[in-house]
Design a protein around this ligand. Structure first.
Ligand code: SLL
Length: 247
């Protein structure tokens, strides 16, 4: 599993038009993005050797439609209409082609979040590494990265709308998973592998590295809160001393 750089999202336009934000709150949305690519085998032709899907999804297996408004995928100029906008969840796009290239994904948040869009790049991989054996039509080549959308001091409107959402963590604490998410996973288990891409998605939830990041984050948050409390106490003390000197 690769791990991307954590994204921090803040909108510059706020300088002119300030948005009310929730202090001391950090919302984190774990995401995974990447490509799943099947070789077409007998169905392949010169320009269409592979069928692939590029996607941005919740790393916790939840729906992201409440957080993400749309994702614009930028394909190689050799595709018809290479700029493709996906306006609803799931944020994924399937194509056929012959070559590997860098896919751009611009993630737009709902307007009440008052956040700038986020730019992500992912290299589409069609061919397995030499040591994983010959190409197969059954087993896809999967490349997926984990990242986190970090909303520090989210806007009040966005926070009040999504704060209970199962796809996110608030100050390091995970919201309870949705029953819908569990039902969805059960249903998908019955589907055939070919239509059911989630079968190929990498698991991040039982990832040891991720667990240690989550608990490190909780430690940092509690130390920050302790320091904030200490600072407040010192400020009060300073104010008291100042008042004494003035007398
Ligand atoms: C390469 N630099 O040479 C890359 C470009 C482009 C892939 C890869 C288009 C498919 C279609 C397609 O797969 N382009 O025309 O429908 O490997």
């Amino acid at each position: 599993m690769q791990r991307g750089k954590t994204a921090r999202l803040v909108d510059d336009s706020e300088k002119k038009n300030p948005v009310r934000r929730v202090k001391d709150v950090e919302m984190v949305v774990p995401i995974a993005y990447g490509t799943v690519s099947f070789w077409l085998g007998k169905k392949a032709d010169e320009y269409h050797s592979h069928k692939w899907t590029v996607y941005v999804r919740s790393a916790l297996g939840e729906e992201l439609g409440a957080i993400i408004k749309k994702v614009v995928f930028q394909l190689h100029p050799s595709f018809n209409n290479p700029t493709r906008s996906v306006e609803a969840a799931p944020f994924e796009l399937t194509e056929t082609g012959w070559g590997e290239f860098e896919i751009g994904m611009t993630v737009y948040f709902h307007p009440d979040a008052s956040e700038k869009p986020l730019e992500i790049f992912h290299h589409l991989k069609l061919y397995p590494e030499d040591d994983t054996g010959p190409q197969s039509t059954k087993k896809p080549v999967v490349v997926e990265s984990y990242d986190e959308l970090v909303f520090s001091e989210p806007s009040e409107a966005f926070f009040s709308r999504v704060q209970k959402h199962p796809a996110l963590l608030i100050n390091g604490k995970q919201n309870p998973p949705s029953a819908a998410g569990a039902v969805e996973t059960e249903k998908k288990k019955g589907d055939s592998k070919e239509q059911n891409l989630s079968h190929w998605f990498l698991k991040h939830s039982d990832d040891e590295e991720l667990d240690s990041i989550m608990s490190a984050r909780e430690n940092v948050m509690s130390r920050v809160n302790k320091l904030k409390a200490d600072l407040l106490q010192l400020e009060n003390e300073a104010a008291r001393l100042k008042a004494n000197v003035a007398h």
